[in-house]
Design a protein around this ligand. Structure first.
Ligand code: GCW
Length: 714
């Protein structure tokens, strides 16, 4: 009896919906309970007409079926022909576009754009999703369904959308043995062994998820490339994936290992000016196009971190890239040549090297080459100033490389919403052509008139049931896609949208989750690398703290090289008295970053070596400020836990517990980062912790001795 009373008392407090494991991502299509909205949606979608027999039109019908029957819980009436009412999804092939007077508007949308319009025709309410090409209609369909998922009104729509960048691409750092470099969500979803004969449902689901956020390209393989993927055996496998992705508007790309002519071509050299080498690449490329007629092109990491490249033959990056570009050109493919290069031999500040290497080559690349530049000049750190190459190569299209996988931000264990990181960079004014020369304007081609434009994100996807390991990793995949489509969205808009789709549009759910997401990146910076510190992570796996890391193969793979802590102070002097990296930024940024007083505090120790007793804006000394950041950063994870607890009544138990447990781990890790960093730097500052902060209960040796084993992603 007692037990029954207990149950009766407590059951209503808990979420009563079905358990969810996150597989459905943001495409859950949960049922609409609000009666008014239900009626509105039902009315608008009373009849649905999607003409056509192509695979894409079938995908559109399936999606509407799934979405509408999920949200409205009724059978959807797919009409056999159009009788002037309900929802219509058409391309310019249909005479209906002309009939409704939309031809001119649709023509302006390009091949991926779409419009969604409510019109009234002879008393009938009609909603039209129209586009030039089918892919636009697919994107429009997802947009329309998203409005319903967000519980927005749909009776009075007037939307026209076109993407801001042409190629919106995921970079998988997936190896052929299914391990994933810097992957924390299980193994690679590409089962190369079973390809091409076995096609997982997950491949379709992957394509669908990407199409739903406008991603239109995928580089299947790691930039630390294996030449085998260019052999006939593997091309056939890649082609099977390309066949799955094509109707979703997704092109396949591969990574090209520069030494492939030697490894799989039987040549003695990979010199890009050698005729046989050039012929090899043409042949390989032709082979690929025979199997994958819409192949996107190659992504290349060359002369970087031990990868082969044109420098091995005293050739330039342009000579290397142009050789591949020439092979791709007749087929319309592109080369994405990475600027993440730094020399093994040159001992100058690593932050300088890409700029020094590439700016002199501006204008020397063929038209179908893009230079893929990481968001900052070192390497996906929790915070970096923007990469000074953006704006510095007016004659060469530059594309962005963001990292979606959280190599330096707690892997798939920590909750870190990355849109604020992406936006911080996209919204930075480079002043390259005067005020308003935002990084986003470099990328969308408008600043320098680039004809080809692109943006890439290093994927965080793996075989984990929920795709990304941490459920909130899905938000980063989502945010990347949405910003690649349109960088004008705010981080908050995207967080809100994702939360509504992933959990609920109930304000009591949306508010705490969005609050937590919006602060999470700054919190992560504070307990790891506040005030412009960088590269303080443990060696090799990059998970926990390692400010003491020194020695080893090269100084610029250590922490001590970057923080330079001594009794005098801390920070990397990149001002005119140091490495002079500030010179790579145009005015007024150069002067601003160069000046100790004017440099934004978030970049202070990136650009300056600063005495411990330096007075910060807050009035605190640098040392106190640093300690303050470390402590408030770690404490804020408790605040995040509190936010998450607020949504317990509304979230299914399985996903609730998943996030709760990870937040507990995150707090422990944040304290680990805080304590070890504070104890480490205290050796140099020799200053006490401000009184209000509790002293670490372990000593530095304890933290130095923590050696994690078998951390994924290496
Ligand atoms: O961030 C570093 C990673 C390497 C990676 C490299 C790169 C693919 O630690 O794992 O290699 O960058 O971007 O090439």
């Amino acid at each position: 009896m007692k037990r029954i009373v207990f149950l009766l008392l407590f059951v209503p407090l808990f979420f009563s919906g079905k358990a969810e494991d996150g597989y459905d991502l943001w495409l859950r299509y949960s049922k609409v309970n609000n009666a008014e909205l239900f009626d509105e949606y039902h009315e608008v979608c009373s009849s649905v007409f999607v003409p056509g027999s192509s695979e894409t039109s079938k995908i559109i019908r399936d999606e509407l079926e799934k979405g509408l029957s999920g949200m409205l819980d009724v059978d959807i009436n797919f009409a056999g022909n159009w009788d002037d009412k309900g929802l219509l999804v058409v391309t310019s092939e249909s005479p209906l576009i002309e009939e409704y007077g939309l031809s001119d508007e649709v023509k302006k949308l390009g091949n991926e754009g779409y419009l969604i319009k409510s019109i009234n025709e002879g008393g009938n309410a009609i909603t039209i999703i129209a586009s030039e090409d089918e892919i636009g209609s697919l994107y429009g369909t997802f947009h329309f369904l998203r409005l319903m998922q967000k519980r927005s009104g749909i009776s009075n729509i007037d939307i026209a959308e076109t993407p801001r960048t042409e190629h919106r691409i995921l970079n998988h750092w997936d190896n052929l043995d299914r391990t994933v470099e810097r992957g924390y969500a299980g193994f690679s979803i590409w089962d190369w062994h079973k390809l091409p004969r076995y096609i997982y449902q997950r491949y379709y689901d992957y394509a669908r998820a990407n199409a739903s956020i406008g991603i239109n390209g995928t580089v299947l393989t790691n930039v630390n490339a294996n030449a085998l993927v260019l052999t006939d055996e593997y091309i056939e496998k890649a082609a099977a994936l390309a066949d799955v992705f094509r109707p979703y508007g997704i092109q396949v790309y591969l990574t090209a290992r520069f030494s492939a002519p030697i490894e799989i071509g039987g040549l003695e050299t990979a010199d890009p000016l050698d005729e046989d080498v050039r012929a090899f690449w043409k042949e390989i490329t032709n082979n690929i196009y025979k199997e994958i007629p819409d192949f996107g092109g190659f992504l290349v990491k060359a002369d970087s971190e031990g990868q082969p490249g044109p420098h091995n033959y005293n050739r330039t990056h342009a000579e290397g890239a142009n050789m591949l570009a020439e092979a791709l050109e007749p087929h319309g493919g592109i080369v994405m040549w990475r600027a993440f290069v730094y020399s093994h031999e040159v001992p100058v500040d690593r932050a300088l090297q890409a700029y020094n290497e590439f700016v002199p080559l501006d204008g020397e690349f063929k038209d179908n080459v893009l230079i893929q530049v990481k968001n900052g000049p070192i390497d996906f750190q929790p915070r970096e100033p923007y990469h000074p190459l953006f704006g510095a190569m007016p004659n060469t299209p530059l594309m962005m490389e963001f990292q979606i996988t959280q190599e330096y931000l707690g892997h798939a264990t920590h909750l870190t919403y990355l849109a604020p990181l992406y936006k911080e960079v996209l919204d930075t004014d480079t002043y390259a052509k005067g005020e308003g020369s935002y990084v986003s304007k470099v990328l969308d081609g408008s600043l320098h008139g680039y004809e080809t434009t692109a943006i890439a994100g290093v994927s965080n996807i793996g075989t984990d049931r929920n795709w990304t390991g941490h459920l909130f990793g899905q938000a980063n995949w989502y945010a990347f896609g949405r910003l690649a489509w349109d960088y004008d969205y705010t981080s908050e808009e995207i967080a809100e949208e994702w939360t509504k789709l992933t959990f609920s549009s109930n304000i009591d759910v949306v508010e705490p989750i969005v609050d937590m997401m919006m602060e999470s990146r700054e919190i992560g910076v504070s307990y790891r690398t506040p005030l412009g510190l960088h590269h303080l992570m443990a060696e090799s796996h990059h998970y926990g703290p390692g400010p003491w890391v020194g020695g080893g193969r090269r100084p610029d793979w250590t922490s001590v090289y970057y923080h330079n802590a001594s009794e005098e102070g801390v920070g990397f002097d990149r001002s005119l008295t140091g490495s002079k990296a500030v010179n790579q930024y145009p005015e007024p940024l150069r002067s601003k970053y160069n000046s100790l007083e004017e440099c934004p505090e978030k970049f202070l120790l990136w650009f300056h070596h600063v005495p411990w007793d330096y007075k910060m804006d807050s009035g605190r000394t640098l040392w106190d400020e640093m300690v303050y950041k470390y402590y408030t950063g770690a404490d804020s994870v408790l605040w995040m836990q509190d936010k998450w607890e607020q949504v317990e009544p509304y979230v299914d138990d399985q996903r609730y517990r998943h996030v709760s447990q990870l937040l507990e781990m995150q707090y422990e890790d944040a304290v680990w980062w805080r304590n070890s960093s504070v104890l480490y730097f205290q050796q140099f500052s020799k200053m006490p912790l401000p009184e209000k902060f509790e002293k670490p209960d372990k000593d530095l040796e304890y933290y130095k001795n923590i050696k994690l084993k078998f951390v994924p992603g290496i």
